[in-house]
Design a protein around this ligand. Structure first.
Ligand SMILES: C[S@@+](CC[C@H](N)C(=O)[O-])C[C@H]1O[C@@H](n2cnc3c(N)ncnc32)[C@H](O)[C@@H]1O
Length: 291
């Protein structure tokens, strides 16, 4: 048999895909090709190298090169595979939610440093549920109340809570910021309000990478002029829910630390700004000092 009649091997498919993605200028062509082929074959990345010479069934080859084509148009890898790892947990994602970012792990890690195992937590703007579900997973008695104004995002968050075994302790509410939570008896009883709300300044929007600008939901990114509109509305609403000494954690862009800290008045709030692994301001930690 002429070898041209045989299907492509895993090694050939990876090499072709890397080349195609490199020509399209995507950021990490080799890694992206591996992650996409893993999702199609069910092999992990090491498995692709172990089975380098294995021939792909025609249907898998076609599916893989369709994903590579879409990746070449900047579609995020996580939307193509339907999965994203966050805090070591496997989250289902899709175009109705922001792809959870590694920077956001700083917020979760900060919360885990200080919260008791049975904490009461609010996650405002929960998206995929990355923060809410991680905190419920790592704090075995915690109860999390999460909100989002996108019903589609809440469906994804509910699915993640159920898939990751914390659906009984995560409650999801549709609406604006903290408004859906009034009337639940949470007044003055909450240990932590976590917020990774949209903080991209509207003026920065046109300069975002295509991968973000063309594919991720604008309501998950657009923080109005200067980027702090949502936090400006959240801060005055937070004290109603927090215990004395409770925390408000807000993820920010690297140039927003001072401006956001200035919105948190002394002595009501004790404020620090934490940096991410890249050494950039990433998290405002505000302790509610009054009851
Ligand atoms: C930056 S995404 C963060 C998602 C998730 N918390 C994470 O860290 O991956 C912001 C989320 O806030 C939601 N959102 C935007 N404005 C909101 C509002 N006024 N009230 C509630 N949620 C809002 C968006 O729908 C989106 O899901």
């Amino acid at each position: 048999m002429n070898t041209k009649d045989l299907n492509t091997t895993i090694g050939q498919a990876l090499n072709q895909a890397r080349q195609q993605l490199k020509e399209k200028g995507t950021g990490s062509p080799a890694l992206d090709a591996e992650v996409l082929l893993s999702s199609v074959t069910g092999l992990d990345r090491a498995g692709l190298y172990r089975e380098w010479e294995r021939r792909l069934p025609g249907e898998e080859e076609a599916r893989f090169f369709e994903l590579v084509r879409r990746r070449g148009l900047s579609e995020p890898v996580a939307y193509l595979t339907g999965h994203k790892e966050f805090m070591g947990l496997d989250f289902t994602v899709g175009p109705s939610v922001l792809v959870p970012r590694p920077e956001t792990e700083l917020l979760v890690e900060t919360a885990l440093e200080v919260l008791p195992p049975s904490a009461k937590i609010i996650d405002v703007g929960t998206g995929s549920g990355a923060i809410a579900v991680s905190l419920a997973s790592f704090l075995e008695g915690a109860v999390v109340y999460a909100t989002d104004r996108s019903p589609e995002a809440l469906d994804v968050a509910r699915l993640n809570a159920a898939r990751l075994g914390v659906g009984e302790r995560c409650f999801f509410y549709h609406g604006n910021l903290l408004e859906p939570l009034s009337g639940l008896g949470l007044r003055g009883r909450v240990d932590l309000i976590a917020a990774n709300l949209p903080y991209i300044g509207r003026e920065e929007y046109p300069g975002l990478p295509e991968e973000v600008r063309l594919y991720e939901p604008p309501p998950a990114l657009d923080g109005g002029a200067g980027g702090l509109d949502l936090y400006r509305r959240l801060i005055p609403a937070a004290p109603e829910f927090l215990k004395k000494g409770g925390l408000l954690l807000m993820e920010i862009g690297c140039r927003q630390g001072q401006a956001l800290s200035a919105l948190l008045s002394v002595p009501v709030w004790k404020v620090t700004v934490r940096k991410d692994l890249a050494g950039l301001d990433r998290l405002v930690v505000a302790r509610y000092a009054q009851s």
